[in-house]
Design a protein around this ligand. Structure first.
Ligand code: M6R
Length: 609
């Protein structure tokens, strides 16, 4: 979380504002900017900051920073201290000659601030970041004359514990000091100068080359390039090709709705080239271990967070179903690496951004205990894909809305391809499934055209009758239900629970009263009869049933509102059943007046633990 952009170029501040706009998905609690107009003079650095969006900052700046030579900026997702102008970055030294932006958490901020208090510094914000600027101020003022500004910076960095991506500027010095440890930072170069950013997206069209910083790197960026301390590793620049996909909802009112409707295309993309020409087998390449090596492993761990975790639960069900390898999905922040990792295991990180710190940390733990690691990621060149060096991309295209939709489906699709690739199921078993999988993009496309009326009724029921309970049963629908509850919560702020239908009677059924909405995910699979029992238990206590099913059988008679999905192979039901759930969450969020693309307190990429 938090986005950093810095630049040395003509119109540096304008470029930083543009960079921040493209990084806003990383945090939108507040935004701020600092600039130096002439590096030859030692005058206070100009800064501006505000709560809210980058557009608020642009209005506040109102052209005042035009002509700046060096600039850094920040979009914040608050960790330490409330969402206030004062806690917004950048943070400056008392004389205004040093200013800093930070993404991450300084874990020893409290002890460092006591040390600073003894040196006569007092903090003016509630952030953990502010200690860094005062430490740097002290270091520069007290270091011997033969040491450089980079020496001072490195000395300060050596005192920090936690995670950070940092950029700092110092009045009277040409350059931007940058440091990376546990949070992403990349350097871009082009005709327009040199830049630093939390990810490469803003570099498309602005830079021709990119250099990826590694944890432990501390540099001074100048117009001449990267300045490092003697014997330090300096990343090489490589050509950057690609275009920035503008966050453009087109004819849709929101990015989230557009991305839900992108699914036929994004699913085609994840399948493309990954099904053999005879249509029999799946071929998900990119893993260091061959299918036969993977089959011999003791277990396959999947680690992920949020939506990616629910997709991973479905993926591990596929692996268990189509192979004899033991497989389990774990919430990355709870990963018990010591008990489930060894050289005879594979641990796969599943992530849209490839920057989720909990997942990255869990992968490092897995590696520490000898596990092979790989990843299923959407963002090309992300920290996770570079850390693992093998795995497969999800090819969903950029996902801008904070609520993940199309990437969930692509994760499930890539996971199914993976399970089928390593499976020893017979060709005839695989063929039916693979052939039906190929039809999924078209099926989703026609579903998206047909669904509006029932979703509208379900939206009304939830708005009028209060929090829904999502239920499913078995390895697929109970995780689709969980993903539904997460989606509804994050974009409508309605507290939702989800659980396997069989669990209701052991306590949660106490929540049901006259009119309580139940969203029942009921694919035509082996659990259909058991789901019928769960639904009847709810109905007899007055619940209203929003039934999402591809069945046309008697179960539909239990629906108060029926959302009919297209029939497909039972193993493919997550694709058809998740779409109406995403639409339902979207419509409830919109009806409640929530900014569904940027819901409160969230960020698209969670780079803190
Ligand atoms: O980028 P990742 O897939 O690693 O992100 C994981 C979660 O933070 C993410 O899925 C989050 O739960 C979404 N907001 C859900 O819509």
């Amino acid at each position: 979380m938090c986005g950093i952009y810095g630049c040395i170029a003509d119109d540096a501040a304008g470029k930083v504002l543009e960079g921040l706009r493209k990084l806003e998905y990383r945090g939108y609690d507040s935004a701020g900017l600092a600039a130096i107009f002439s590096s030859s003079e030692s005058t206070p650095i100009e800064t501006e900051k505000t709560t809210g969006y980058v557009s608020n900052l642009v209005s506040k700046v109102n052209g005042r920073f035009d002509g700046a030579e060096i600039s850094i900026g920040h979009t914040r997702w608050a960790t330490h201290g409330g969402v206030t102008d004062n806690n917004a970055h950048p943070h400056s030294s008392v004389d205004g000659k040093i200013t800093i932006v930070h993404n991450g958490i300084i874990e020893n901020a409290t002890s460092l601030s006591s040390r600073l208090a003894n040196l006569g510094y007092s903090l003016s914000s509630e952030t953990d970041t502010e200690v860094i600027v005062h430490l740097l101020d002290h270091e520069i003022k007290t270091q011997s004359d033969d040491l450089s500004i980079l020496d001072a910076f490195c000395n300060v960095i050596s005192k920090l514990r936690g995670s950070w991506a940092l950029a700092a500027i110092v009045s009277g010095h040409e350059g931007i000091l940058v440091s990376r440890s546990g949070a992403p930072l990349v350097i871009g170069r082009g005709e327009g100068g040199i830049s630093v950013s939390s990810d490469i997206q803003p570099f498309y069209g602005a830079c021709s080359e990119v250099a990826y910083m590694s944890d432990g790197d501390n540099f001074l960026l100048t117009t001449k390039g990267i300045v490092a301390k003697k014997d330090s590793h300096v990343p090489a620049f490589e050509a950057l090709e690609g275009v920035y996909d503008e966050e453009d909802p087109g004819n849709f009112p929101h990015m989230m709705l557009k991305e839900i409707h992108d699914q036929p295309t994004s699913l085609s993309n994840v399948l493309s080239g990954r099904i053999s020409s005879d249509g029999i087998s799946a071929e998900l390449h990119g893993f260091d271990l061959s299918p036969s090596e993977i089959r011999k492993l003791e277990r396959i761990n999947l680690i992920a967070c949020g939506t990616a975790y629910y997709a991973s639960e479905i993926i591990s069900s596929y692996i268990r179903k189509f192979t004899n390898v033991r497989s389990e999905a774990f919430i990355a922040s709870e990963f018990p690496a010591k008990s489930v990792c060894s050289p005879n295991t594979l641990t796969i990180g599943v992530s849209q951004s490839g920057e989720t710190k909990d997942t990255l940390d869990a992968l490092l733990e897995a590696k520490k205990y000898g596990s092979n690691i790989s990843s299923l990621c959407n963002v090309i060149g992300s920290t996770m894909s570079r850390m693992t060096g093998n795995g497969a991309y999800l090819h969903a295209g950029p996902e801008f809305a904070v609520a993940s939709t199309k990437v969930f489906s692509n994760m499930v699709a890539a996971g199914l391809l993976f399970a089928l690739t390593i499976s020893e199921a017979t060709n005839s078993e695989k063929k039916k499934l693979v052939q039906d999988l190929r039809k999924i993009p078209n099926i989703i496309s026609s579903q998206l055209m047909d669904m509006d009326e029932s979703i509208e009724q379900a939206t009304k029921l939830i708005l009028e009758n209060g929090p829904p309970i999502f239920i499913g049963r078995g390895g697929f629908s109970s995780y689709v239900a969980k993903e539904g509850a997460l989606k509804m919560m994050e974009i409508s702020y309605i507290p939702c629970i989800s659980l396997p239908g069989g669990k209701l009677k052991h306590g949660p059924i106490a929540l049901i009263s006259e009119g309580s909405p139940i969203v029942a995910v009921v694919p035509s699979d082996s659990k259909l009869n058991l789901m019928e029992t769960s639904i009847r238990e709810c109905k007899s206590r007055g619940a209203k049933i929003i039934l999402i099913t591809d069945s046309e059988g008697p179960i539909t008679e239990l629906a108060d509102i029926l959302i009919q999905t297209s029939p497909t192979h039972p193993d493919l039901s997550p694709f058809t059943h998740i779409v109406p759930i995403q639409l339902l969450a979207y419509h409830v969020g919109v009806a409640k007046g929530v900014n569904v693309d940027r819901p409160r307190n969230l960020a698209k990429s969670v780079t803190v633990v």
